[in-house]
Structures are given as C-alpha cells and as structure tokens.
Design a protein around this ligand. Sequence first.
Ligand code: SF4
Length: 306
Amino acid sequence: MNQFVYGPVPSRRLGLSLGISPIPKKTCNYSCIYCQLGRTHPMTNTRSLFYPVEDILSEFDQILAQRVAFDVVTIVGEGEPTLYSGLGSLINGIQTRTEKPVAVITNGALLGDPEVQSELMVADIVLPSLDACDEAMWHTINRPHRSLEFARVNQGLIDFSHAYQGQLWIELMLIAGINDNEASLQQFKDMLSRLNYDRLYINTPVRPPAETWVAAASPETMTRAVTLLGGISIDLLASTGFHSEITDDYEAIKSIIKRHPMNQHEIEGFLRTRGQMQPSDLLEKLRQSPEIEVLEYKGYLTFRLK
Ligand code: SF4
C-alpha cells in the first residue's frame, strides 16, 4: 500500500484527484469540530519536514509509471499540509513531472506566514477554508493551536488572496446553529468582499464529524447562503468514480478508505463499476472487520480505516 499517494478519488470540486499526503495522520494546527478524521492528535503549529521530499516524489513517480488517469494532483494532508516544510519543493517536484494542475487544500491558518505564502504562490489552485466570521466562532469551530491569532490568520488570507496569481477557491463550511444564521451570513459577505478569489464553495458536514453533535445546515439555509454570497453549494450526493488498481474488492476499498471515508452508497456504486452486482456480502464483511470503523450518520453507514 502506498504511503503518500492515494487515489485517484473523485472530488466534487476537482474531478479525478490524485491525492498526496505529506503529513502524518491527524497532525494539524486546528481541531475542527466537523473534521472527518476525528479529533486532532498531535496538535502542532511547527512546520516540519515530516518525510523527505524525495521519498514522496519517488512514490509519485511509481504511480505515474502506471499511467493512472487523473485530472489534478491534490496535496491534502491527513492533517494540515502547510505544516509540511517541504511543501514548496514538493510542489515544484510535482510540476516538473506532470503538466496536470497542482492543488493545495489548506485550513488557511498559516497564510499569514511569508514562507508559506511564497511556497503556495506556485500552486495552480489553492483552496483555503473560511469557517468563522469572528474570533469566538473561530475558537468554537476550528479550535486552533494556542499560538495562532485570529487577526493574523484573517489578514493572511486577505493578503494572500491579492498576491496570488493562481485559482483561489474558498470553502465555507456552514454548521447548523453555529455560523449559519442571517447575521453570520451577512458578516461572511462582508469578509468575502475583502478577498480576491475565483470561486466560493459552500459546504456543510456530510461525513461523520469529529463531534457527534455537529449538524448540517438545512437545505433552506444553504440556498439562502448561495443566493446571498454568490457561491456554489457542494451537493450532498454520493461521489462517483472511485478507482483502484487493486483487483481484490475488499483490499481496494480498504486502500480508498484509508484516506477517504466512503458511505455505503459510494461503496455499492464502486463495486458495481467493477462488475460486482451483489455488494451486500462485501458490505457485511466490511461491517464485521476489526480494521474498519463503521459510523452511522444521517441514516446511512460510513466506513473508514481505523
Ligand atoms: S483543518 Fe482540516 S484536518 Fe485540521 S482539524 Fe480541521 S478539518 Fe481536520
């Protein structure tokens, strides 16, 4: 099983995305209440070379040699990828190996750091999060590392948005009862007017969150937000187009859910694309597996590797 490169997996924003994770699992400077990886551990705000850049690129070379089809390379840690101090060299290394765009998904906490800003400048797409319109909300939702300051994070996003020449796609996560009332939406509108961005994605938690009490915004609120803020709502439908080179169905699903939880509908759809028309036996095997965590959320089951 690969250590750093996974997929391609279908991304609702990016198409067929070949993921690269340069960060040890759950290493982040936030511990968001909606995080699908669970609570952050370890929590750190120190940038480190967690793995040599050459090791990641050599695995990437092996995948390229297999001629796997993909639309974009996405650097998306199992934590926060800007904590990886080799990020700039990694992006450059990928860009010398493929002409496909390189995207970085980030919580945006380090966008005020000049080094991070300059490393991200060469990426083709940067997707930062914007979840809070004031400091108290930021603490409630993102539960940041104690060395981070809201004003600096916010200013970092504003400055980066004006300096960056690539595609800047903002992701706003709306959570029922926390940041989705009319006053918050108006504040978000004001914040967004200070940013120079290309797209706004409005999302709400659709996978099991770190805290079970986190609830998705209602369809009416999502519609209101899209109308007011002019964004695109990521639909709640199951993603399609999962792919794996592994021939054994069980092992293939395991390799996907190591990094990307799948719900039962996604697994059924994936199995059908592989000619498996009776997915219930395999779903049962996944449910019984001690290696797999099964969570019930929004009336259906979601599977992720423990
Ligand atoms: S920033 Fe991302 S990885 Fe970190 S806790 Fe939040 S959702 Fe999870």
